[in-house]
Design a protein around this ligand. Structure first.
Ligand SMILES: [Zn+2]
Length: 166
């Protein structure tokens, strides 16, 4: 586990980030509303939508760029970018353009930076969990499985560093 390729680290980061975004926006029962059509569903059925496409690495893990979306908006209607951006702008004028500018600036991430983000979103997600768990057990096994994989990965990194230090 400690020798995850960059591709796998990115995948792990995508997963933990997606769970964080959907859970952060969820109520205490785990329901979160689609940003572009308002449909409410349990976070496990929703998607982490990106205003600027996921293929832009500069904004792929930028919280300002991401909101919960339903399957229809995220997949069938390709993310509803126009509605997505309009609503972002209503919340914070000019943000859509600033995100697009950031997105188009090429950004490369070092492995260290990616690991830092994994760590950051793991901690952020763990902070959100008690809010939902205390009302009903609305956090899914899948979320716990992702957290488990992240912990295993981080433990691998730590023991690797220890080995190197000796
Ligand atoms: Zn929707």
């Amino acid at each position: 586990m400690e020798h995850l390729s960059r591709k796998k680290i990115k995948k792990l980061l995508d997963e933990i980030f997606s769970h964080y975004i959907r859970i952060k926006e969820a109520d205490e029962h785990g329901n979160s509303r689609c940003w572009t059509c308002g449909k409410s569903a349990h976070y496990s059925k929703q998607y982490c939508g990106h205003f600027a496409s996921r293929r832009w690495l500069a904004t792929r893990w930028d919280e300002r760029n991401c909101r919960t979306q339903c399957y229809a908006c995220n997949v069938l209607r390709f993310g509803e970018q126009w509605k997505f951006g309009n609503r972002l702008d209503k919340q914070c004028g000019g943000i859509a353009e600033r995100i697009m500018q950031k997105a188009e600036n090429k950004r490369t991430w070092s492995t260290r930076e990616l690991c830092h983000l994994v760590n950051h979103y793991r901690a952020a997600l763990e902070k959100e969990i008690p809010r939902l768990q205390s009302t009903d057990n609305s956090i899914t096994e899948r979320t716990f499985a992702v957290l488990g994989r992240v912990r295993k990965f981080q433990n691998g990194l730590t023991s690797n560093n220890t080995k190197r230090a000796v």
